[in-house]
Design a protein around this ligand. Sequence first.
Ligand SMILES: CC(C)(COP(=O)(O)OP(=O)(O)OC[C@H]1O[C@@H](n2cnc3c(N)ncnc32)[C@H](O)[C@@H]1OP(=O)(O)O)[C@@H](O)C(=O)NCCC(=O)NCCS
Length: 310
Amino acid sequence: MPEPTLRLLDLDDDDDVARAISTCAAALGWQDPPFDEALFRWKHQRNAFGSSLIVVAEDHEGFAAVRPFMQWRFRTAEGAVIRAVRAVDTATHPRARGRGLFRSTTTEALRIAHQRGIDFVFNTPNSMSGAGYLTMGWTEQGPIAIGARLTISGLIRTVRARRGASKRSSPTDVGIAAAEMLNDPAFDDRRPRTAGSTDHDAQSLRWRYSEGPIEYRGVRAGDGWLVFRLRARGPATELVITETIGSPDEAALRATIAGVLSSSGVDHALAAVDTPGFFATERVGPVLMTRDVGSEPSPVQWSMGDIEVF
Ligand SMILES: CC(C)(COP(=O)(O)OP(=O)(O)OC[C@H]1O[C@@H](n2cnc3c(N)ncnc32)[C@H](O)[C@@H]1OP(=O)(O)O)[C@@H](O)C(=O)NCCC(=O)NCCS
């Protein structure tokens, strides 16, 4: 069998995009074509941090492997911008596994990332790819700690909810649609920064929360906002607080979260690790892996919006 050739995917070519999505669907079990395409285009084509670097391995049957690096930007506590990429949607078609394509496409993507001045790669791989990354110079940084909060009425459903969450949001009329929040004259895109964090601005927040196929909502918290969504996890309904915008004081945060919890009727909630009223846990967050491309990854203060979905 001739060796597949490696090349960059052309995100402006609909044929290339359709073939990449079909390989990802076959490898990753995607089963919701219109939603999967909308999510792929949102993540890789329209990302406010820049379109993705995607290496494909092509043979006579199509794309045997797809290796996307999604662009991401962090800002250190000192204000320096760090250009990172996140390895997501890693896919070798079931017909082509075990032939080194994950390794060769990832090595090629790393070479191009280095050429483009990227500082580091990060990802939260599953058990299938994690071992492979370790053989390619990745370092396991351990689980990302997040904040969790239980409700008494939802305890039984939460206990039974030990599985992946739905990608789609569950409907709610609590708060306002994220697009409306972003257009509110009182909206301010400042985020609290105590350590390094994602370098969001108005444009990237708009992309993250109002331009994709997943619905988010916003609610005022003192002089800031909380961004959130509801989603199903097995029999449980989960509140995910994805972002705190501005600098609401602790009392405002606590009161707003209590209001959202009671009016949405969720069974439990997840939020950034330091959210008041939440307990810190490393048991539910994903394991972070990083690989230095140009410089050492610096510590990041993660929001749930950085972690979920990708
Ligand atoms: C994970 C996946 C991308 C590997 O693709 P592949 O092309 O078969 O992998 P390669 O042949 O290039 O293997 C590269 C290295 O990873 C290791 N590896 C690959 N799959 C592995 C597995 N399931 N368990 C342990 N190690 C694995 C290989 O041993 C190899 O190391 P080696 O060269 O030292 O032997 C592929 O199995 C896949 O698409 N899985 C389903 C989708 C998925 O889970 N993606 C990850 C999402 S985060």
